[in-house]
Design a protein around this ligand. Sequence first.
Ligand code: GSH
Length: 206
Amino acid sequence: MVIKVYGAPTAWTQLVICVLEEKKVPYDYIFVDIFNGEQKSPEFLEKQPFGQTPYIDDEGFILYESRAIAIYIATKYVDQGTPLIPSDIKAQALFHQAASVEVSRFNGPALAAAMEKLYNPVYNGLECDQAVFEKNVAQLGLKLDVYERVLAKQKYVAGDELTLADLYHLPYGRLVGIAGTDLMTSRPNVNRCAVRILSGMVILNN
Ligand SMILES: N[C@@H](CCC(=O)N[C@@H](CS)C(=O)NCC(=O)O)C(=O)O
């Protein structure tokens, strides 16, 4: 039985699907209608108690939190597709460093900018607060200036090989582009890395 991904064509399911594609693992994508509250149903909360997509079902083994799912897939299928987690102890430490930078520096302002410009108007019926959006774009820009300097010296965020730490930037890196910013494209080294990350993306349908 192939891995079942219960998700929606939004930010985090895209990461899980991208990891499965990079690892050449077959999967079934099962659409969860988060736009009509299916993720808050008792059946869904049994599997994902926080009421968010995605989660996976691997022959009865249920796992949620996209970064944890990504590590599970990359570890289980270590011998196929793109490696994604280095085996050398120092390369692995640099991978954890880059993954921590994504959570602690990139995700906050990127999520806030995407929420303000895309999610709030489209899904919550709220007007975009342009000042909040711009404040977060500016904060993210400062972080990406540092990324640009790092990526001038190495191909990817954890070194010269693509890792999960790069792919973790896919969900909100993509959305800040859709939100109309040039945060990625105006920084050549960041853009080079972003183009590679996005090359593994599959367009999901409802
Ligand atoms: N930390 C979670 C975040 C999941 C998340 O934010 N999911 C969004 C879609 S991308 C969702 O389910 N939103 C609907 C909701 O919160 O009700 C993960 O990594 O899986």
